[in-house]
Write a protein that binds this ligand. Structure first.
Ligand code: CA
Length: 486
């Protein structure tokens, strides 16, 4: 590289990046990363994942040009903890962010800090939701807390400013503005975090009437009445209809409807607004992809589309997330990186949100710090999964019976075929506990015979041997990640 084009500082910067890149595959530069994360976007509302209820042509462009992960799972399915796990590469019990009420310690190491040290310029735009202000970013412009959809306030490097417009469009505007003015000599790591499609599912005015006059297909288990499930699961308050308010459906709930009839009615209002919000997310993913194409950046940029967790879209009659059930546990994860990842591929390996940071660091030629518990899945993305890749995963939700949805705290193990969940009730002094104890309960599901998780097999004598095996595996994983049994 001819040094005459660079001043000394730039030269050292380039050499630092080159040294870091030396750890990467030969001949590959440090790639840019554009990481787009929605909030509560379930994979079954993405065409590339087989959605029956909407179309996402722009998100699908990433799937067509790259790889779709079919078994990407969250380690604690709720906003703040998942965001902390993604950044730090650590489970909640290691990074200290167990519940919606916990803050990310600004001094804690995370992926953006590591990449900044390796020569990247870093930006965080949109929903942060980790209580403390971001650290490790050259630029940050975030929503305060949850933020709002219409004319939102943003905190730009500490300064509050109200903007006119729709949140999803604005977050994309700010991302594009930053990309346009960035230092083009350095690789970038840009986090574009949407608020959408989080509750209260307020659509952009231009999409207020999208789906009017249509009937959105119902999930086959919309009228689940939880027979055989853990009693604490049957009691959770996230039923479409009965556990909604007038903000959710944008009108008073009809007094003459109850139970299944109310569920049927509310589902259409709920799902249409949810999908309208996604329509704006998809449009704005298209704007970012078009920018990368127009600037000739697509080839050198890893672009990811994901969500902080999944969501129940009327599945089991529910909205929201938190539970270890599939629709909540599964994160959509699509990634395109031309040249390294073959277009239109699919991986069914078990990948976790704590693996994201090590994967980005791997591509940047940075060694994963010892405290990160995740593992790079770069090889998996590129079609040659390590033979010793994990075949089971550990999950833990800590926010016991919090007053909004009354979901019990639980932990569990998921393998490719089975899932064992333990709702442990309330031990003394448990983080997030604010209600009386509940009786410990178990659930077992066969994901191949019963992918919709309708039949709890835990008490079936035929499954005794499997229960023992999975209970041991759960204990092994818990020990491996250094968590403490309840
Ligand atoms: Ca979320």
């Amino acid at each position: 590289m001819p040094t005459s084009q660079y001043n000394r500082r730039e030269f050292l910067g380039v050499m630092g990046a080159a040294a870091a890149a030396a750890h990467a595959a030969p001949g590959r530069e440090q790639p840019n990363v554009l990481y787009i994360m929605a909030d509560d976007h379930a994979s079954h509302a993405i065409t590339a994942y087989g959605s029956r209820i909407n179309k996402t042509p722009n998100i699908d462009r990433i799937a067509k040009g790259g790889v779709r992960l079919n078994n990407c799972f969250c380690t604690n399915s709720i906003c703040t903890p998942s965001r902390a796990a993604i950044l730090t590469g650590q489970y909640s019990h290691k990074n200290g962010v167990y519940t919606l009420g916990d803050a990310l310690d600004p001094n804690r190491n995370h992926v953006a800090k590591e990449l900044k040290n390796a020569g990247y310029q870093t930006a965080m735009i949109g929903k942060w939701h980790l209580q403390t202000n971001p650290t490790g970013f050259d630029y940050w412009n975030i929503l305060p807390g949850q933020g709002v959809y219409y004319d939102p306030v943003f905190i730009d490097g500490g300064q509050k400013k109200k903007h006119s417009g729709y949140c999803t469009d604005l977050i994309t505007d700010f991302t594009l503005d930053w990309l346009k003015q960035r230092d083009k000599k350095k690789p970038f790591f840009a986090l574009c975090h949407h608020k959408a499609p989080h509750r209260p599912w307020d659509p952009a005015p231009k999409y207020a009437h999208l789906f009017d006059g249509q009937t959105i297909p119902e999930p086959d288990n919309l009228y689940d009445h939880y027979e055989g499930k853990a009693r604490s699961v049957a009691a959770v308050k996230m039923r479409v209809g009965e556990d909604m308010n007038k903000t959710d459906v944008k009108m008073d709930l009809p007094a003459d409807l109850q139970g299944d009839a109310l569920r049927k009615w509310a589902y259409q209002y709920y799902i249409k607004d949810y999908l309208r919000c996604i329509q704006s997310v998809d449009d704005n993913v298209g704007r970012l992809l078009d920018y990368l194409d127009a600037e000739g950046l697509a080839k050198d940029t890893i672009i990811v589309y994901t969500s902080d967790q999944g969501f129940f879209l009327g599945d089991h009659g529910w909205y929201d997330k938190r539970l270890m059930y599939e629709e909540s546990l599964r994160m959509p994860f699509l990634v395109r990186y031309p040249g390294a990842i073959r277009p239109g591929t699919v991986s069914s390996d078990i990948i976790l949100n704590i693996d994201f940071a090590p994967m980005f660091l791997d591509y940047a030629g940075v060694k994963t710090p010892a405290e990160m518990q995740g593992r790079s899945f770069r090889a998996n993305l590129e079609g040659h999964s390590p033979s010793n890749w994990r075949t089971s995963m550990y999950y833990r939700y800590w926010m016991h019976n919090s007053n909004d949805h009354h979901v019990p705290a639980h932990y569990g193990v998921r393998t490719k075929q089975h899932k064992l969940i333990y709702y442990y009730g309330k031990p003394l002094g448990m983080k997030g506990a604010n209600e009386p104890a509940t009786t410990p309960e178990w659930e077992l599901f066969d994901m191949q015979k019963d992918p919709r998780e309708m039949k709890n097999l835990y008490n079936d004598p035929a499954y005794r041997g499997l229960v023992d095996k999975l209970t041991s595996e759960l204990a092994r994983l818990q020990k491996e990640v250094d968590d403490t049994p309840a």
